[in-house]
Design a protein around this ligand. Structure first.
Ligand code: FAD
Length: 431
């Protein structure tokens, strides 16, 4: 055939796609990015049109210095980031009853708590997050969160707290999320329990939203980014690929796919995707919960609540607005509460602050969003063992990236950037 129109088509303008496009463009390659949505950023989405325009991250938000890829990109473009304010105390909710104590367990259960912490740290110490986990003899940890708690002999409130904490980290239910994937957070924070807490909701945030970094990446490298162009099919010929989207067909020497795991199955590949990639896409990952923003009166300005047997597993105060305290709330299932219903959210927030009056809420349904089909990647029990080794393997002229292909932080912005860099280097070698 004639010369393909571009060197590389990148499918998806989340952090993985934008990073790869930047690196390929910087190396002088002709790149076209096809993005299904009418915006860049993917599972990060900074909105200034909700809750009085206070600036809300509907998706990815916090980073930590140990996430070296995202931190380096923020420094490179001079993007302003700020530390979170640490809460002065933590609130524990036991099935909706707020505990009046500093610790989540009664004194008689302190040994159980100590056992739980020791079990957690011992498991975390077994992981080397710089290498694929699937080759490290960790299958006994690649079980559901509940099963891991049982295997580790956790009991009482310590057991409930740890299960709920893992579900919170995974945005997943205790029967679906892989304990190994959550332990990866701990290991990536040098096996520091406090580090793991910071990596959840107490890290750094982008002063002008995650979009400030996404835009910086998009503007650098000069990729041709086409929005509202969902890709329907990817057809490989002998020496080029034809990618068909709502915007028509484009030919390329190579293609990079960065769509989320559960979305992969919706693209028609010829030849067909490897069976392992198709199987995990159909199973999807376990990160199927929700993040809800709420403005509430009569709640402590430094509320930082962790609970078990509650609708939300975390409720934390982020800022004080003229209308009330801005809370961020996480539930491990998307159907636990209607995040758009202030009354329903109020009932759930009262499990942490009994006098709370919720005046407004905002959320995005990432689970039913056809371009994400979930929140952040948390592998299901057994998926790391079965599929990890297959996720990033190129198939002919088609390459793969996306946070879920990273070893260190597959559920994070950092993993997305890491994977975009890895894939760009791989493509430059192949072209
Ligand atoms: P995505 O951002 O999903 O990008 C993939 C792109 O592909 C999307 O833009 C999508 O529209 C596009 N696409 C899909 N299908 C097609 C198609 N057929 N054709 C063309 N384009 C297509 N991470 C953190 O680091 N810190 C956090 O605090 C944090 N919190 C989170 C909270 C929530 C509620 C969510 C949802 C995510 C959170 N994350 C967090 C995770 C982080 O946002 C993601 O890991 C990261 O943004 C993923 O980037 P990606 O490029 O791999 O995938």
């Amino acid at each position: 055939m004639n010369q393909p129109q571009v060197d590389v088509v990148v499918v998806g303008a989340g952090f993985a796609g934008l990073t790869a496009a930047r690196d390929l463009g910087a190396a002088g390659r002709r790149v076209r990015v096809l993005e299904a949505r009418d915006r860049i950023g993917g599972r990060t989405w900074y909105r200034t049109d909700l809750l009085g325009g206070c600036g809300l991250e509907m998706g990815g938000t916090w980073i930590v210095p140990q996430q070296t890829f995202v931190s380096a990109e923020a420094r490179r473009y001079g993007i302003a980031i700020s530390d979170s304010e640490l809460p002065s105390r933590m609130t524990w909710s036991d099935r909706g009853t707020v505990l009046d104590s500093l610790l989540p367990v009664p004194p008689a259960e302190l040994e159980r708590l100590e056992h739980a912490v020791r079990a957690l740290l011992a498991a975390g110490a077994r992981l080397d997050v710089n290498r694929p986990l699937s080759g490290q003899g960790l299958a006994d940890l690649d079980v559901s969160i509940r099963r891991w708690a049982d295997d580790a002999g956790l009991e009482g409130n310590a057991r409930e707290l740890l299960i709920s904490w893992f579900c919170g980290c995974g945005n997943a239910s205790s029967d679906t999320g892989s304990a190994l994937d959550v332990l990866r957070w701990l290991a990536a924070m040098d096996n520091s329990l406090w580090g793991m807490v910071k990596a959840s909701v107490l890290g750094q945030t982008f002063d002008d939203g995650t979009v400030s970094l996404a835009r910086a990446l998009a503007d650098d490298g000069g990729a041709d980014i086409r929005l509202s162009c969902p890709v329907r099919s990817v057809r490989q010929e002998a020496d080029h690929v034809v990618v068909t989207s709502a915007g028509g067909a484009v030919t390329a020497r190579r293609v990079l796919i960065t769509v989320p795991l559960g979305v992969l199955q919706d693209i028609d590949f010829a030849p067909a995707l490897a069976p392992e990639k198709l199987a995990i896409s159909k199973e999807n990952h376990a990160g199927q919960g929700q993040k809800v923003w709420a403005v509430a009166r009569n709640v402590p300005e430094d509320l930082s609540g962790y609970g078990w047997g509650t609708v939300f597993d975390y409720v934390g105060a982020m800022r004080t607005l003229p209308e009330g305290v801005l809370l961020v709330c996480f539930a491990p299932g998307h159907d636990h509460v209607n995040g758009n219903d202030p009354q329903a959210v109020q009932r759930a927030v009262r499990e942490y602050a009994p006098d709370a009056e919720v005046v407004a809420t905002a959320t995005h349904d990432w689970v039913h969003d056809p371009w994400s089909r979930g929140t952040w990647t948390t592998f299901r029990a057994g998926q790391i063992t079965r599929y990890e080794a297959h996720l990033a393997v190129p198939e002919g002229l088609v390459h793969f990236a996306g946070a879920h292909t990273a070893h260190r932080w597959p559920g994070f912005i950092d993993g997305a950037i890491d994977s975009g860099r890895r894939a760009a280097a791989e493509l430059l070698e192949a072209l």
